[in-house]
Design a protein around this ligand. Structure first.
Ligand SMILES: [Zn+2]
Length: 443
């Protein structure tokens, strides 16, 4: 008899939703993890014959699926959750930027980011594209938490709380990219806040870095009507046309929002292979409108899903985001077929992985990919009975149903207990921050 192969974890007896290109599902399935890698996805009986796990995780009544990829957030903005609500984007930015300049210090970013990672892990998110000040502090917190962060130097037309002067930005961006490129957990990118908040030379500087380092480019684009108007007046082009003119629309481009696009702009994104990070709840809350994501998908654009920062959402919950995304498209088109449940789950997982250019590494359960996956209970009252797991995951389940979370082969939550972050400590730290912010003298 053949000897069994030793693996670190065998998650067994679950319904396995692989989210691979064929949409393979195993009703009585198993996933084996060795080191950081997925080494088996298939039938439970076969896994039991082949593997001797160091830890066996019984998962009857559960779904095993890829963790969510939050394609757009500002993790440490948890610091300002609920601080600037119910106002439009432009005054919101003024208010938040003023706060950030004074308070988004490296230590506060560490606290805010750690809370965000805890919140995301708890709700089944295993990777997130982050744009924020003092990114090194967030990256170090991510490594400590075992959370897969995609981050990078971010250009904007003023000196922020990290104190980086304009003339130092290119050099420091290179230092960051040299330091973190190739990190087994983190992803690197180059970011520009938005076309309206930088001069053309800064976009060109970013384009040069993107080309030289061959990394993704991330920016906000066509989020509000005012933004489109501003850029058309300044350049004669829309933000999408302008980015293309600078050479920044490529298959490694990720554009957050894209609420206000004409059909020909959607086609241009499809032709260039650029991705969109759809952030429906942030767009709704700030009154910016509803992106036509069903139309984008129909025309061949890769659409991922993001929560945006906690100061505009106000949570980092991909379950709510996914449901909102699906319902909105049905509502605005009058057609319930335009974004079905499996499509909604796809934009929250594999499409997000592609949006951050990590589609060969994460986003689906396939042998050789990194073990970024979640175990979700589907035997709670609100999801009983189960006819169709996709339907339940999108329309019935929520973050409380997430039981176990693995990132890069590491168990970061088991039986709803966080294993890498002391959540009571981080909650106490952020409450302390909020108390200081409330009592500050410069209000
Ligand atoms: Zn954003």
């Amino acid at each position: 008899m053949n000897e069994k192969i030793s693996v670190d974890f065998l998650i067994d007896g679950a319904r396995v939703l692989s989210m691979d290109s064929a949409g393979t599902v195993y009703s009585q399935g198993a996933v084996a993890i060795s080191g950081k890698d997925i080494v088996f996805v298939g039938r439970s009986d076969e896994a039991q014959k082949r593997f001797e796990p160091k830890q066996k995780i019984a998962a009857a009544g559960c779904v095993v699926m890829p963790g969510f990829v939050n394609a757009h957030t500002h993790a440490a903005m948890t610091l300002f959750r609920g601080y600037a609500d119910d106002i439009p984007l432009e005054p919101w930015l003024d208010r938040i930027w003023e706060l950030e300049k004074a308070y988004a210090t490296a230590e506060n970013v560490r606290i805010g980011a750690e809370l965000a990672f805890a919140e995301m892990i708890r709700s089944g998110t295993t990777a997130a594209a982050d744009m924020y000040w003092n990114k090194d502090a967030a990256c170090e917190a991510a490594k400590k938490s075992g959370f897969r962060l995609i981050s990078g130097p971010s250009f904007i037309n003023f000196v922020g709380p990290d104190g980086i002067q304009m003339e130092d930005r290119d050099r420091l961006a290179r230092e960051f990219l040299d330091q973190y490129k190739g990190d087994p957990l983190l992803g690197v990118c180059v970011q520009v806040h938005a076309t309206y908040s930088v001069p053309r030379e800064m976009l060109e500087m970013a384009a040069a870095l993107v080309a030289e380092y061959d990394v993704p480019f991330v920016t906000h684009a066509s989020e509000s009507q005012q933004e489109v108007k501003t850029i058309v007046e300044r350049t004669g082009m829309t933000p999408i046309e302008y980015l293309d003119d600078v050479g920044l629309l490529t298959p490694k481009t990720l554009l957050a929002h894209c609420v206000h696009l004409r059909d020909d702009e959607i086609d241009r994104l499809a032709t260039r292979g650029a991705s969109v990070a759809h952030c429906p709840e942030s767009n709704l809350k700030i009154g910016n409108g509803i992106a036509r994501t069903a139309e984008m998908l129909r025309r061949g654009v890769n659409v991922g899903l993001g929560t945006d920062g906690a100061a505009t959402n106000n949570d980092l919950d991909m379950w709510g985001e996914m449901r909102t995304a699906a319902l909105l498209q049905k509502g605005i088109t009058g057609d319930p077929t335009v974004m079905d449940a499996s499509t909604a789950l796809r934009i929250a997982t594999i499409n997000g992985a592609r949006a951050v250019s990590l589609q060969n590494k994460i986003g689906s359960l396939e042998v050789g990919k990194c073990a970024d996956l979640i175990v979700v209970e589907l035997d709670n009252l609100h999801s009983t009975p189960v006819y169709d797991a996709y339907s339940h995951l999108v329309y019935s389940a929520d973050k409380m149903d997430v039981r176990d979370v693995f990132i890069n082969g590491q168990a970061v939550m088991r039986n709803r207990e966080l294993l890498t972050i002391d959540e009571e400590k981080v909650k106490a730290e952020i409450r302390q921050f909020a108390k200081m912010l409330d009592q500050r003298s410069d209000k």
